[in-house]
Design a binder for this molecule. Structure first.
Ligand code: F0G
Length: 457
């Protein structure tokens, strides 16, 4: 029998209650939060889709590994286990643990970047961009044109525009210290990058003698998309595909809060001995000794086991299918989303859904807030509030006004997702009554986290 129903590949041993609230409770909570869901107490949220980062459920094997951890300051057994798992997966010779992804980014970029340099990527995640810009270098996004248009379907919408990359390397190669590719491409909708494209980046890096680093946060989800969509990979294991991806690169930054299936952790890994030495020295300054890098021994154990579980086929089949399942329901109901659905999240196109709310009245916020008020669901605006304020103080519409519904790993069941689909479809049906917002107060940088807003009309 070939069953069509894909079930959660786990059973639940420990549960956590969620709190049901009434609409008037949520109205009061949102008003107190300055109409910014980042300021809400998480307890007042029924289904939290703010991020897939650090929000996953760990397995019984991860919890038991935690109990076995060695908390020695130097040379802990848990470090050697972590190091062996990361080296087996990535093939890189130097493995440097960090407390999360952005610490790996900061250490890498602070070690190697000088002012005026350029780092190309498909799309930089915001912490990656910020850690490049703080070194007064430029973060350049070179995703293929299809990757910028929500409704355009392409199997590997996260691919790098190789012609554009070659132009940069040809014309300004002396300013490029390394090339990065983010798998999957979070800022572009959680979209995968094909092996063929990674091979193309490798060839250009060889030709122009540049190191190639992966931002590998969601490497396993990317590997699964390659297995499903790229010729020649159907019979390979996700782990073998991931190993092939890493083998094309010279190093990576990693947030283990995503495909490490852990609540905290990350690493920087590479083959270059000199860079690794500089990075370890910087690590000691800000994170900790190189065998723990700001993590407890038990975190290293959780990540090591997580990296083994995340490449298991039943897990990845369920993971990618459950995101697609939500996407399919919304597409069938005519809700505009980034297509095809990505790996870790569904991105609603708020600008298309709410044409009556101009970008500078924040359609993404209008949609996020209504989803919370109507159903207790927390998503996140990825649009004009997040990207619209420029360093010179001027404001312009972001490239898109999206609402990301990120799905924590192994946390919510199919009925939770059915509820989310019903709520989004309900809110989309009432879209005519939604109005925009204005910002009452906000800091000059990263305003989306703490801004206070107020509904218009
Ligand atoms: N790179 C990518 C592609 C990411 O998505 C993130 C985090 C990071 C780097 C930084 O990792 O949080 O461990 O320091 N993304 C989270 C998100 C926060 O919600 O998408 P970190």
């Amino acid at each position: 029998m070939n069953f069509r129903t894909i079930i959660e590949p786990f059973r639940i041993k420990s549960v956590e209650s969620v709190k049901f609230t009434r609409r008037e409770d949520r109205e009061a909570a949102l008003r107190a939060a300055g109409f910014n869901v980042f300021r809400l107490p998480a307890e007042d949220v029924l289904i939290d889709l703010l991020t897939d980062s650090g929000t996953g459920a760990m397995s019984a094997l991860q919890w038991s590994a935690i109990m076995q951890a060695d908390e020695s300051y130097a040379g802990s057994r848990s470090f050697y286990r972590f190091d062996a798992v990361v080296r087996d997966l990535t093939g890189f010779t130097h493995v440097i643990p960090t407390h999360q992804g952005r610490a790996a980014e900061r250490i890498l970029f602070h070690s190697i970047l000088s002012p005026g340099q350029i780092v190309p990527n498909n799309n930089h995640f915001d912490t990656t961009r910020a850690n490049i810009e703080v070194e007064r270098a430029e973060a350049l996004d070179l995703v293929i044109p299809e990757g910028r248009i929500p409704h355009v379907i392409h199997p590997f919408k996260g691919n790098v525009d190789l012609a554009a990359l070659e132009r940069v390397l040809q014309e300004q190669g002396d300013r490029v210290p390394l090339v990065m590719v983010t798998v999957t491409n979070n800022s572009g909708g959680g979209q995968p990058v094909s092996m063929e494209n990674l091979r193309g980046v490798r060839q250009l890096c060889d030709r122009y003698k540049k190191p190639f680093f992966l931002d590998a946060c969601r490497f396993a989800e990317n590997a699964w998309f390659i297995k499903l969509r790229e010729a020649g990979y159907a019979d390979k294991t996700p782990k073998a595909i991931a190993q092939e991806m890493f083998a094309l690169a010279d190093g990576c930054t990693m947030s283990a809060k995503k495909d490490g299936l852990a609540n905290i952790g990350g690493f920087l890994a590479m083959n270059n001995d000199e860079w690794a030495e500089t990075a370890r020295n910087l690590l000691i300054l800000t994170e900790g000794f190189p065998t723990y890098g700001g993590l407890a021994g038990y975190d290293l154990e959780a990540v090591a086991r997580g990296l083994e579980e995340v490449v298991e086929e039943p897990y990845l089949r369920y993971r990618i299918r459950s995101t697609e399942y939500l996407g399919e329901k919304l597409i069938a109901a005519g809700v505009p989303i980034i297509r095809p659905p990505g790996g870790h999240a569904i991105y609603l196109d708020a600008r298309a859904l709410l044409p009556q709310v101009p970008p500078l009245q924040y359609p993404g916020i209008a949609l996020v807030n209504e989803l919370y008020l109507e159903a207790g669901i927390r998503g996140v605006e990825i649009g004009t509030v997040m990207f619209g304020l420029h360093p010179d103080g001027t404001e312009a519409p972001g490239a898109m006004d999206l609402v990301r519904l990120a799905i924590p790993r192994r946390v919510y069941t199919q009925s939770h997702i059915d509820y989310v689909a019903e709520a989004v479809i309900e809110v989309a049906a009432s879209r005519a009554k939604l109005t925009g917002y204005r910002i009452v107060s906000a800091p000059k940088a990263l305003r989306h986290f703490t801004a206070r807003l107020e509904p218009l009309a």
